[in-house]
Ligand binder design. Structure first.
Ligand SMILES: C[S@@+](CC[C@H](N)C(=O)[O-])C[C@H]1O[C@@H](n2cnc3c(N)ncnc32)[C@H](O)[C@@H]1O
Length: 367
């Protein structure tokens, strides 16, 4: 993959190109005009990972640039700063590098550094090593946590040393309200927090006034959308496959005093079966599906999109909100959904400036 090059003066141009690509891809479905949600042109990613490249006693942050003609060819690119990553990550990069250079204990066989930062100001840094971590490492890493005002996790094979916490608290402001999100190391969170706020605001606007009905949400992650949308519905039933994210969603419901949502750990495919009455068991009976009157569904699947059966399943609901990180699979799924629904709203969220990647939101209403 090419390493994105941030050129703020080209920001509008690259965004227009994405809008045109999305319009062309979805033209056959006669969508309304695209609502375009901009990102800050630089310093927009809250999380980022770098390899550490050692050269004698020196070391630097690196990424690999893959030759598209010959993917086996990878060039090491040194990065002392990385304008894709948040300002906080850029501020920490040289401070941490200096600490590694000054301490053999911190630098010896250090292989990768992962940053998770927030708009709220918290930062969690994971240091990954090719050697076991002992008390001497812990002592120095604790001193570094204190000196830099960050949290550190040390990882190596079969070892995970959490010095303070394995999560950060993010604070997102949406439509004048503040929502608090626990974001756990190594689990999914939207990388561009500024754009995430716009996605949540858009999702709230397209579901406003739905209080008479219930929302069913697939791929809910840590409850990112659930928390912000709960007040738009009578009740919300959210599902997600990752154990960590489900636990986090529960924490986030409590942190935001959301009392009308429940989250269940289940794959989207299993959940489809449960909705059709083809799957039983404890988790299914605890959901008490008969108590819901779903008027809307929200899906936010991984890049692969939905399988055909899931598309037919969600076609059963009057209103569909589809958040997609891959317009190609979105278009494939829309070819099915359009048989029963029409597109009422379409948004482009520029989560990944200066890359080919696009995030889109579609509101579909039953014909
Ligand atoms: C693009 S993320 C969206 C998460 C969340 N909606 C958010 O805004 O942060 C996709 C989520 O789908 C989950 N996932 C992946 N495959 C799944 C499956 N087969 N069934 C249910 N969830 C799945 C992942 O764990 C991840 O949390």
């Amino acid at each position: 993959m090419a390493i994105p090059v941030v050129e703020p003066e080209r920001y509008s141009e690259q965004l227009n190109a994405k809008r045109e690509t999305l319009e062309a891809l979805l033209a056959e479905f006669s969508p309304p005009p695209v609502e375009v949600m901009e990102s800050p042109p630089g310093y927009y990613r809250q999380r980022c990972e770098f390899r550490i490249w050692h050269d004698g006693d020196d070391l630097f942050y690196a990424m690999f640039e893959v030759d598209p003609e010959n993917p086996a060819n990878k060039a090491v690119v040194r990065l002392d700063q990385y304008p894709v990553a948040s300002a906080q990550i850029n501020a920490l990069m040289p401070l941490l590098r200096n600490a590694f250079l000054a301490s053999r204990e911190l630098r010896h066989r250090l292989f990768q550094v992962e940053f998770l930062t927030t708009l709220s100001g918290e930062a969690l840094v994971t240091l990954i090593y090719h050697r076991p971590l002992g008390d001497a490492w812990e002592e120095e890493a604790r001193a570094l946590e204190k000196a830099l005002g960050i949290m550190i996790i040390g990882r190596s094979r079969k070892q995970r040393k959490v010095l303070t916490r394995d999560y950060v608290w993010e604070k997102l402001e949406v439509d004048g309200q503040q929502w608090h999100y626990q974001q756990v190391e190594n689990s999914f969170t939207q990388p561009n927090a500024e754009v995430c706020q716009k996605m949540l605001s858009w999702a709230r606007s397209v579901t406003a006034g739905s209080q008479a009905g219930d929302l069913v949400e697939l791929y809910c992650g840590n409850g990112n959308f659930t928390v912000a949308l709960a007040e738009n519905f009578r009740r919300v039933l959210a599902t997600e496959i990752s154990r960590t994210s489900v636990a986090s969603a529960k924490v986030n419901f409590a942190a935001n005093e959301i009392t009308n949502a429940q989250v269940v750990r289940m794959s989207a495919e299993e959940f489809s079966q449960a909705l059709k009455g083809e799957k039983g068991g404890r988790r299914v009976s605890e959901m008490a599906l008969d108590d819901y009157q779903f008027s809307a569904v929200l899906v936010d699947p991984p890049r692969a999109g939905l399988d055909e059966a899931s598309c037919h399943q969600i076609s059963a609901y009057p209103s569909i909100v589809y958040i997609s990180c891959n317009p190609a699979t979105l278009a494939e799924n829309l070819a099915i959904l359009i048989q029963t629904h029409r597109i009422e709203r379409l948004a482009l969220f520029d989560q990944f400036p200066f890359t080919q990647h696009m995030e889109a939101g579609v509101l579909l209403a039953r014909r």
